[in-house]
Design a binder for this molecule. Structure first.
Ligand SMILES: Nc1ncnc2c1ncn2[C@@H]1O[C@H](COP(=O)(O)OP(=O)(O)OP(=O)(O)O)[C@@H](O)[C@H]1O
Ligand SMILES: O=C(O)[C@H](O)CO
Length: 532
C-alpha cells in the first residue's frame, strides 16, 4: 500500500534535479494536494513524477553542455565531441529556441574568456519566469556580452523575433575566417528566427504557418515550407557566417533528430525542392489561398544560386534528445521496482489513435498477466494494426508483450515523441492534456478495472500548447470523478478544451504544472500498470 503523503523535506529531495522547482513550488502545487489523490493512486502518481522529473533533468542545459564542450584553459583548445577549435578571443555566439537562454548562460560561463559577442532570441517572458522560479543558473549574468531578444509569444513569429533574427544575421555577416560562431539551437527556434525573403511579409508567413499547423501538417512539412521562405533557415545562417567556422549545438525536439528540420535547419543545407513545397501546400488545400509574394519566392527558389550551397564549414552536433530523456526515466522506473520498457521514440500520429493504442496495450498486458481473463487474438491484432498505422517502426509488439508476460511486479511503459491534434474547437488545451483525457476515456471503457493504472503525458518544455500546464496524468477512474463534478468529458474533447476541463476537475489536481523548464525535447508518455 502506498505510504502517507510525504513531508516537505522528502519532496525537496525528490525534486533535487530541478532545484528551482523545489524551491519555488511545493509539490502540492505541481500535482495538487496528495490528500486529494485516491489512496491507491498516490504511489503511482509519485513514481510518475519522479520519472518525468528525471527525464527532464538529464536534458537540462548544464548537464548537456558539460557533456559536449571541453576547454583547455592553458592552450585555448575547445573540444566539441572529437573536433578541436582554437580559441583566442575569437568566439561569437547566437541562439534561438525555448531552451536557449539556459544554454547560453552555461556556455558563457564555460567560455567567457574567449567570447566576444552574442545575440539570442528566446520566448517572451522567459527571463521573468526563470527569475520567479528561482532558476538563476538559467539566467545570463548582469555583465553578459550576450544580447537577449524576447519574442514569438505563443510560439508564433512576431516583430520582436524578426528584430532578433536581423541582429543575428548582422552578427554572422561580419565574421571572418579566423572566427568561430557557436550556434545554440533548440525547439521553438523556427518561430524565434523569422526573416522572410522579401516580398513575403512576416504577417503572410505567420498566417501560412498558422493555417498549416491548424490543418495538422507535420513539423517536417511545416519546416520545409518555412525553409523555402526564409533568409536564415535551410542553411541560410551558415551561409551568412561564411567564411567563419560554425559549430551548432542542437537540442532536438523532432522525432529521429533530423538536423535539417529542427528549428528549420539554419546551419544545414536544405535538400528540399519547390516541388516538395507545392505537394505539401496541395495536401492541405492551401495553394489557392497563397498570396502573390509567396508564389513569387517559391517560383524563384530552385534557380537561386545561393539556395543549395554546401555547409562544409559547419559542425552540427545533437547534444540532447528525447531518447536521452527516456533512458533516464527508464532508469528511474527500474530503480522504483518497475519492469520498464521503452515502447517507441517516434510516437507520432493523431491523439485519438495514440490514445486507442495505449488502451489496447494496457488491455493486452493485463490479459497476458492475468490468469482470470481469456486471451483473444482480436484485440492484439487491432493493436498490431495500430502499431503499423502510427508507424512505430522501433516497436516490436510481440517482444514487448513477451517481455512483460513474466513480470512479477508493476510494469512501466515509456514512449517519446509528438502526436498531433486536429483542432476543431475553440477551447484551451494542448496535445498532452488532450491525449491524457482521451486515454482516460479509453481506459474507463476497458477491462483493466482490477488494475492500478496511470497514464501521464507531459511536454518536457513545461508548456503544453498555449496553456500553463506541461500536461496531465489520468487513471481509469477519471470518468467517474468527472461525472461526480458534472463535467462533460466528451464536450470538452469536441471543443479541444482539455485544459479548462483539467483545471476544473478536482481543482486542477490532474495537471502537471512544472512551469517553463528551460529545456525542450518533445513529449514523454508514461503508462504505469500495477496489479491490485
Ligand atoms: N486547444 C488545444 N487543444 C489541443 N491541442 C492544442 C490546442 N491548441 C493548440 N494545440 C496544439 O499545441 C501544439 C502547439 O503547442 P506548442 O506551443 O507546445 O508548440 P510546439 O510546436 O509543439 O512546440 P514544442 O515542440 O516546442 O513543444 C500544436 O500541436 C497544437 O495542435
Ligand atoms: O522550431 C521548430 O521548428 C520546432 O520546434 C521543431 O524544431
Amino acid at each position: 500500500m502506498p505510504g502517507p503523503a510525504k513531508s516537505g523535506l522528502d519532496m525537496a529531495a525528490t525534486l533535487r534535479i530541478l532545484p528551482g522547482f523545489a524551491r519555488a513550488r511545493p509539490t502540492a502545487v505541481l500535482w495538487g494536494s496528495p490528500a486529494s489523490w485516491s489512496t491507491s493512486n498516490v504511489a503511482l502518481v509519485e513514481h510518475a513524477w519522479k520519472m518525468f522529473e528525471g527525464a527532464v533533468g538529464v536534458v537540462m542545459p548544464g548537464p548537456m553542455l558539460h557533456r559536449v564542450l571541453a576547454l583547455d584553459t592553458e592552450t585555448g583548445q575547445l573540444k566539441v565531441r572529437d573536433r578541436n577549435f582554437q580559441l583566442h578571443h575569437n568566439l561569437y555566439l547566437v541562439g534561438f529556441g525555448k531552451a536557449v537562454l539556459g544554454m547560453a548562460a552555461v556556455t558563457e560561463e564555460l567560455l567567457s574568456e574567449h567570447l566576444v559577442q552574442g545575440v539570442i532570441s528566446v520566448p517572451k517572458g522567459i527571463q521573468e519566469a526563470m527569475e520567479h522560479t528561482d532558476m538563476k543558473e538559467m539566467l545570463l549574468k548582469p555583465n553578459s556580452c550576450i544580447q537577449v531578444f524576447e519574442g514569438a509569444k505563443d510560439n508564433l513569429p512576431d516583430g520582436n523575433a524578426q528584430q532578433a533574427a536581423l541582429a543575428i544575421r548582422d552578427l554572422a555577416e561580419k565574421l571572418t575566417a579566423d572566427d568561430l560562431l557557436l550556434v545554440l539551437i533548440s525547439g521553438g527556434g523556427s518561430a524565434l528566427l523569422p526573416a522572410p525573403i522579401p516580398p513575403v511579409t512576416l504577417e503572410e508567413k505567420q498566417l501560412l504557418t498558422k493555417m498549416l499547423a491548424a490543418s495538422g501538417a507535420t513539423i517536417q512539412e511545416l519546416n520545409t515550407i518555412r525553409k523555402a521562405l526564409s533568409q536564415l533557415k535551410g542553411g541560410g545562417l551558415a551561409r551568412a557566417a561564411y567564411p567563419a567556422q560554425v559549430v551548432s549545438l542542437i537540442l532536438s525536439d523532432v522525432v529521429g533528430d533530423p538536423v535539417d528540420i529542427i528549428a528549420s535547419g539554419p546551419t544545414v543545407a536544405s535538400n528540399h525542392t519547390v516541388q516538395d513545397c507545392l505537394h505539401i501546400l496541395s495536401r492541405y488545400d492551401l495553394r489557392g489561398v497563397l498570396p502573390r509574394s509567396i508564389k513569387t519566392v517559391l517560383s524563384r527558389a530552385d534557380s537561386d544560386p545561393h539556395g543549395r550551397s554546401g555547409c562544409g564549414h559547419v559542425l552540427n552536433v545533437i547534444i540532447g534528445s528525447n531518447s536521452l530523456a527516456l533512458a533516464e526515466a527508464q532508469r528511474r522506473a527500474e530503480a522504483l521496482g518497475y519492469q520498464a520498457l521503452v515502447l517507441s521514440r517516434v510516437m507520432q500520429g493523431e491523439v485519438r489513435r495514440v490514445a486507442r493504442f495505449y488502451r489496447l496495450l494496457a488491455q493486452a498486458v493485463c490479459v497476458r498477466l492475468s490468469s482470470k481473463v481469456m486471451r483473444t487474438n482480436k484485440e492484439e491484432d487491432e493493436l498490431q494494426d495500430l502499431v503499423e498505422e502510427l508507424q512505430l517502426s522501433d516497436l516490436n509488439l510481440e517482444e514487448v508483450l513477451e517481455a512483460v508476460e513474466g513480470a512479477k511486479g508493476p510494469v512501466c511503459f515509456l514512449a517519446g515523441g509528438e502526436p498531433t491534434v486536429r483542432l476543431q474547437g475553440s477551447g484551451k488545451g494542448g496535445r498532452n492534456q488532450e491525449l491524457a483525457l482521451r486515454v482516460a476515456v479509453e481506459l474507463s471503457g476497458s477491462t483493466i478495472s482490477d488494475w492500478g493504472a496511470l497514464f501521464l503525458s507531459g511536454g518536457t518544455d513545461g508548456q503544453d500548447g498555449p496553456t500553463e500546464a506541461a500536461g496531465a496524468w489520468v487513471t481509469p477512474g477519471l470518468a467517474t470523478e468527472a461525472a461526480v463534478e458534472d463535467l462533460d468529458i466528451m464536450a470538452s474533447l469536441a471543443n479541444n478544451d482539455s485544459n479548462t476541463f483539467f483545471r476544473h476537475l478536482k481543482g486542477g489536481v490532474h495537471l502537471l504544472c512544472t512551469g517553463l523548464t528551460g529545456t525542450n525535447v518533445m513529449d514523454i508518455h508514461l503508462l504505469l500498470l500495477r496489479p491490485c
